[in-house]
Design a protein around this ligand. Structure first.
Ligand code: GDP
Length: 351
């Protein structure tokens, strides 16, 4: 069975054994299914194509684990249609099960890919690590890494682009891992990071993220050290905003003077006296969760800038908003240029 081509769109491929968690991962990350409901998902028994409502049009192809696409007596797969355009192959390994067969299949897949498609990033998700102790997680990661690297170097392959992530759908680790995977597919990521780093410096933000709001994947962050807690706060905040407002359903992206006056004026400040104060506005908002105020500003239909501010930033809101405006303009330009240069559909919708 040959697989239809989708031209010009970066694709992610999700592969792994049956019951390793592929359907659960794509349902939780891309369709907001609550993790506990994955218990009722039917296991993948065929190739599923899934078009995403995201800032890039990723395709998650959910391959049934028992199919060997390189050597299958029943089907001839159009390998080029499958792998020709993908950016990354995500291989899901069930860490709570015996993973030797999965690792063996992964090894043969990597070897096959190295021949024709050496540029494809291989992202190994050592999955279902919830409930495992930290030591045990690291042991498994070490074991899997060694089994793969030994096999590759036996075959004379050095520096294959293979990366490992410990993941679970029951916490933020699956989103964090997807963020890493997707960031590698963004051309000129360094420029995005530099913009956010500058913004943090000028606005004295603790941390800033560029979020794909529908998936809660972050596309970029500033250069301060990785910090899971900050990511969790910001991504929960994105959830709150998306639940409470129709911001991202609206086709219009106007930012009125009236809105700005409200945001910067005294009435806005008064609301901060509440423990948790939310200012919902058409296209930008600030939430103060006790000490750590958070700012969200949409960039386009899919992307939002989310930053953790320092305590006492409120009197500087006018300057902060000015700086944020400049960066948002820069981001829009960035994705316009990236789009024309690479043919990647980076920005969509209302812009
Ligand atoms: P697939 O056959 O690869 O698509 O696997 P499924 O998505 O159907 O998942 C198989 C089972 O694993 C389901 O019962 C899921 O609830 C469970 N599962 C998926 N991800 C996780 C995880 O991160 N942790 C745990 N504990 N179970 C998971």
């Amino acid at each position: 069975a040959s697989v239809p081509q989708t031209k010009g769109k970066p694709r992610l491929l999700l592969m792994g054994q049956r019951r390793s968690g592929k359907s659960s991962i794509s349902s939780v990350v891309f369709h907001k299914l609550p993790p506990s409901e994955t218990l009722f998902l039917e296991s993948t028994a065929r190739i599923q194509k899934d078009s995403l409502n995201s800032f890039m049009e990723f395709q998650v192809w959910d391959f049934p684990g028992q199919i060997d696409i390189f050597d299958n007596p029943n089907f001839t797969f159009d390998i080029d249609a499958i792998f020709g355009e993908i950016g990354a192959l995500i291989w899901v390994i069930d860490a709570q099960d015996d993973y030797l067969e999965s690792v063996a299949r992964l090894n043969s897949t990597i070897l096959n890919l190295q021949r024709g498609y050496p540029h494809i990033n291989i992202e190994v998700f050592i999955h279902k690590v919830d409930g495992l102790s930290d030591d045990y997680k690291l042991d498994i990661q070490r074991d899997v890494t060694i089994r793969i690297q030994d096999e590759l170097s036996d075959q004379g392959i050095e520096n294959a682009p293979v990366n490992f992530h410990l993941t679970s759908i029951y916490d933020h680790s699956i989103f964090e891992a997807f963020s890493k995977v997707i960031q590698k597919l963004i051309p000129r990521l360094g420029q995005l990071e530099a913009m956010l780093t500058n913004l943090c410096r000028t606005c004295r933000f603790e941390k800033a993220y560029l979020f794909d709001v529908n998936t809660k994947i972050y596309i970029a962050t500033d250069n301060t050290p990785e910090d899971m807690a900050s990511y969790e706060i910001c991504s929960d905040y994105v959830d709150v905003i998306i639940d409470f407002t129709e911001v991202y359903g609206s086709p219009e992206w106007k930012r009125s003077d009236e809105w700005r006056a409200r945001l910067e004026g005294p009435p806005w400040l008064q609301t901060l006296e509440n423990q948790v104060a939310c200012e919902f506005a058409e296209s930008g908002m600030v939430l103060a969760d006790a000490q750590r105020p958070i700012m969200l500003r949409e960039v386009d239909r899919f992307l939002a800038l989310v930053a953790i501010m320092k305590e006492g930033s409120y009197d500087k809101m006018p300057q902060i908003n000015m700086n944020v405006d400049v960066v948002v303009k820069g981001l829009i330009e960035f994705f316009e240029i990236t789009k024309t240069k690479t043919g990647i559909a980076a920005v969509g919708g209302g812009t």
